[in-house]
Design a protein around this ligand. Structure first.
Ligand SMILES: Cc1cc2nc3c(=O)[nH]c(=O)nc-3n(C[C@H](O)[C@H](O)[C@H](O)COP(=O)(O)OP(=O)(O)OC[C@H]3O[C@@H](n4cnc5c(N)ncnc54)[C@H](O)[C@@H]3O)c2cc1C
Length: 310
């Protein structure tokens, strides 16, 4: 009898690994898949050691880390798996539509929750929670930072598998893999987070705040007002429909403290709020409220830390 493979699982998380790095939201995708994970790419063994939610594990060490070839090679391996979950990381978002096409299934993108029959997603500019039903097997991407992870109940024993050849396939060509902005690394896990709000007034003060954050060893994220305005990327939105954080220290610059934002802060041990309004909810929940002009405070911090142009 041959050993069980990913095709014997009802639900499997597929994580694309580059040089041993777990993609953003990888552990959450594994947890959402009930602990079953297929890691594909380079350095899969090292990446597997960093996962806490994995219970059943397959490693496909393969240097074809391009979405077209991977989709074609993975399709026969996952043909009998009902639900395939990928983190909505850059590689996950690249691979998921091609994999759905290769498997001839619908893709439910940007799920908050994957259900036995489909996925719950936010639509209409995040104002409506929609329950999607796939009507059969499907592929889903799960938004990082929403679900959280609990440790696995049992330790996984990895099984190595070899992906079949994909043949010639139109594919993306990797020119260069850029390192992540160090300020953006691990927002969900960062012990010190600085929050950028609309009170910063524009992209210049937000960019300077990112430099101040890096100098202080803190990671910068923002409110939806800031990410919608394009002052920070959407992957840095903190809140119930963005990344859920859990820092020791949270410092809010020009943030009003709307429930959708504070609902994603976890339980920081210390909160500081810089705001011109002493009565705003963010300052009300802070241990230290600084009633001041946020861009001016950022400029002064930058000057003292020797960052930025001034
Ligand atoms: C379905 C849904 C989901 C959402 N999800 C999220 C989410 O995940 N995350 C999120 O953040 N939001 C989310 N929102 C939006 C949220 O409701 C708020 O609109 C948003 O958090 C407000 O961002 P803000 O505090 O930066 O801006 P504002 O509410 O406009 O507040 C700006 C603050 O800056 C202060 N200020 C103004 N000028 C200065 C100055 N010169 N110096 C200092 N302070 C100043 C003001 O007093 C005010 O308190 C969601 C909304 C909806 C409807």
């Amino acid at each position: 009898m041959s050993a069980a493979g990913p095709g014997d699982e009802h639900t499997v998380a597929v994580l694309v690994v580059r040089d041993g790095t777990v993609p953003d939201g990888g552990d959450e995708a594994v947890a959402e898949a009930g602990g079953a994970a297929l890691l594909v790419g380079t350095g899969t063994g090292r990446a597997a050691e960093r996962l806490v939610a994995v219970e059943r594990l397959w490693l496909a060490e393969d240097d074809r880390v391009t979405p077209g070839s991977l989709a074609r090679a993975l399709a026969p391996v996952l043909a009998t798996t009902h639900t395939v979950v990928l983190p909505a990381s850059p590689d996950g978002r690249d691979l998921a539509p091609r994999l759905a096409l290769a498997l001839d299934r619908p893709l439910l993108a940007g799920a908050l929750t994957v259900t036995p029959t489909g996925a719950d997603v936010l639509r209409r500019q995040d104002r409506a929670l929609v329950e999607l039903t796939a009507g059969g097997p499907f592929v889903a991407t799960l938004l990082p930072g929403v679900r959280g992870v609990s440790p696995a109940r049992s330790v996984a024993r990895p099984m190595e598998i070899t992906l079949p050849p994909a043949g010639p396939v139109p594919d993306a060509r990797v020119l260069e893999v850029l390192d992540r902005d160090p300020g953006a690394a691990g927002l969900a896990e960062a012990p010190r987070v600085i929050g950028a709000g609309a009170g910063l007034g524009g992209p210049a003060a937000t960019a300077l705040l990112t430099e101040v954050g890096a100098a202080l060893g803190a990671t910068v994220g923002g409110t939806r007002a800031v990410t919608d305005a394009g002052w920070l990327g959407h992957d840095l939105q903190i809140g119930t429909t963005g990344v859920v954080i859990g820092p020791d220290l949270y410092v809010a610059f020009g943030i009003s403290g709307a429930a959708q934002h504070t609902g994603g802060l976890g339980r920081p041990r210390h909160v500081v709020s810089v705001n011109t309004d002493p009565a705003c909810p963010m300052t009300a929940m802070a241990d230290l409220g600084i009633v001041a002009d946020a861009p001016a405070v950022v400029t002064e911090l930058a000057r003292r830390l020797g960052v930025g142009r001034g």
